[in-house]
Design a protein around this ligand. Structure first.
Ligand SMILES: NC(=O)c1ccc[n+]([C@@H]2O[C@H](COP(=O)([O-])OP(=O)(O)OC[C@H]3O[C@@H](n4cnc5c(N)ncnc54)[C@H](O)[C@@H]3O)[C@@H](O)[C@H]2O)c1
Length: 418
């Protein structure tokens, strides 16, 4: 896979020689078949501690397998909608149901941690509410929608001392785990440029405008939080592919937005929305604290789909699969391109309790996120995607949106220490 060399490899991430890498993996054979570094810390099998978790949000919030982790028990579920409360009860086998998070905060006496899977604009508020109640939190992405909310979350965490994790699925996509391992092994050389992208085509806009059963609407016909959501306020599937590999921080951003064909429609998400957002799709150039470049896109209207990346180093490049076009490809200097069989880490990963070693949504990432949150609470350590990293993935998008509103002006990205 790599030409033999014993000296530390060039690059500015964790540096490791090939021999060091093989010693670290403990298996030359495994390393040769696909970079077998562990995706995370081993789950604490000997520890009998139980984390009692409450779940907020009965849509995406039903996809997290909490009941399969031996150190976790679901002790409360809530959604504003009765049909979704029912889904939560069925999924997690928990019969303690609250009609809102607000009620759960007032009434529940048997909760240690909460999984916040409400709509994006509510995350910061709900996280603050849970932390103030003395509950640890795992939240769906994004962490927040404004710099003010980011600051408030930092303060809420400091005040309460509670743990926070963001459930960014890109972090544990199998291809991103592979890239992270390649990075840690020094295989990229200096990984100085990446292209990270989240493409989620909304398809026929007229259908979205007319069909009240789509996710653009609530059951009562009112517009949902997704109506007109600025693409760059949902950046973490893209930025997660950079931070999840090299852990560098984005310091500056310049962004342009596409306003789309809104005039063609009677109503249109990008002409009339609560965010005052004119953009359908946005493309940005980001600079990192290591002097590296990242082209970061979030598109709501395109022919294509995917949460993916390609990473370029002076020694190797890696291309995540492009739906319907090609699979994963690795290119190494002097060795040419090769098709890559990315390991399915969820089959064997020791950070996963055996019951959780199965395929899940977003390229197998869900079990990793759920297990990491519980493992970290049991071990009494910071989770991998802590508040500092969550904000480092979210805030560049907030600044990018502002840059797009200012026709691409390059803006500094503030850093939030948590
Ligand atoms: N790959 C990913 O990481 C990924 C994928 C899908 C969705 N998400 C994120 O997950 C979150 C949830 O997505 P979704 O599709 O389920 O959204 P959704 O809007 O369909 O569901 C959110 C649910 O939260 C409930 N809710 C809101 N406020 C509440 C309160 N105060 N108390 C109790 N329940 C409350 C709502 O009733 C609703 O059912 C979103 O933020 C979304 O961005 C992430």
């Amino acid at each position: 896979m790599f030409p033999p060399r014993e000296d530390p490899l060039p690059g500015n991430g964790a540096r490791m020689s090939r021999r060091g890498f093989l010693e670290f993996t403990g298996s030359a054979a495994l390393a040769a078949t696909g970079l077998a570094l562990a995706p995370g810390r081993v789950f604490p099998a000997e520890n009998a501690k139980k984390i009692r978790i409450g779940v907020v949000g009965g849509n995406f919030g039903t996809q997290w397998y909490w009941h399969e982790h031996p150190n976790c028990v679901v002790t409360g579920v809530t959604d504003l909608r009765p049909d979704r409360r029912e889904r939560l009860v069925k999924t997690y086998g928990c019969k303690t149901v609250y009609d809102s998070l607000e009620t759960m905060v007032k009434q529940a006496r048997d909760i240690d941690a909460v999984a916040v899977f409400s709509g994006a604009p509510d995350h910061a508020k709900h996280v603050e509410m849970c932390m103030a109640r003395g509950w640890h939190v795992i939240s769906a992405v994004p962490a927040c929608m404004s710099l003010e909310e980011a600051q408030r979350m930092v303060e809420a965490k400091k005040r309460s001392g509670m743990s926070y994790m963001m459930a960014e699925t890109s972090w544990y996509r199998q291809g991103v785990i592979y890239a992270r391992n390649l990075y840690k092994a020094g295989g990229f050389g200096e990984m100085y440029y990446s292209e990270v992208e989240y493409y989620h085509d909304l398809g026929d806009m007229q259908r979205y405008v007319d069909d009240k059963t789509t996710r653009m609407y609530e059951p009562d016909g009112s517009r949902s939080w997704r109506w007109g959501l600025p693409p760059m306020l949902y950046p973490t599937h893209s930025t997660g592919c950079l931070l999840g590999v090299s852990d560098e921080r984005i310091t500056k951003v310049s962004c342009l937005g596409w306003r789309g064909d809104s005039a063609a429609y009677r109503e249109h998400p990008c002409r009339d929305n609560v965010y005052n957002n004119p953009f359908y799709s946005a493309a940005s150039m980001m600079l990192t604290d290591r002097g590296h470049m990242c082209r970061c896109n979030v598109f709501w209207r395109l022919v294509g789909h995917g949460e993916r990346a390609q990473w370029f180093g002076d020694r190797a490049s890696l291309y995540m699969p492009l739906d319907g076009v090609h699979g994963a490809v690795e290119a190494i200097r002097t060795q040419g391109h090769r098709k890559l069989d990315v390991p399915r880490y969820w089959k064997t990963a020791e950070m996963l309790p055996p019951a959780m070693r199965h395929d899940t949504g977003h390229d197998g990432s869900h079990v990793f996120l759920a297990a990491e949150f519980i493992n970290a609470l049991v071990d009494e350590r910071e989770p991998e995607i802590n508040l500092e990293r969550a904000l480092a993935m979210t805030v560049p998008g907030i600044v990018a949106h502002e840059s797009a509103l200012r026709d691409g002006e390059q803006l500094e990205v503030p850093r939030f220490e948590a």
